[in-house]
Each structure stands twice: as C-alpha cells, then as structure tokens.
Design a protein around this ligand. Sequence first.
Ligand SMILES: [Zn+2]
Length: 69
Amino acid sequence: MKHLSNIEECPKCGGRELGRGKQNGYAVMLPINKAMSFGSEVEHIICTSCGYIVESYVKKPGKFKGTMK
Ligand SMILES: [Zn+2]
C-alpha cells in the first residue's frame, strides 16, 4: 500500500526536513490477541530536526482487524 502524506512540516518544531524510517525484526507491531501472528513492519515519518515521529503506519493493517474485541 502506498501512503501519500500531506504533512510537510513538523508540528513540534516546524522543521521541514522530514525523513522516512521503518522498524522490522524485533520491532514489528504485533496484533494484541493473536499470539501466533507474525505482525507487521512499522513505517514512520520522522522529523530530522527534533526526532519527533510525525506519522506511523503498519505495512499490513489487515492483520490488526478484530483486535479491539
Ligand atoms: Zn521537529
């Protein structure tokens, strides 16, 4: 899935140099009540000035359906 963010500056410091990072390996987001699931990588939009995480996405949001029950 391709995310198009319209955020162009950091809401905390006003910095306009945003970067993208991803977490994988042991930092995956796991569905909370699906013990045998592999979870999903997490991708972040990060302010490169102050380090604030502006947005976060899981790569496979469908894995989290039903976890609020
Ligand atoms: Zn910032």
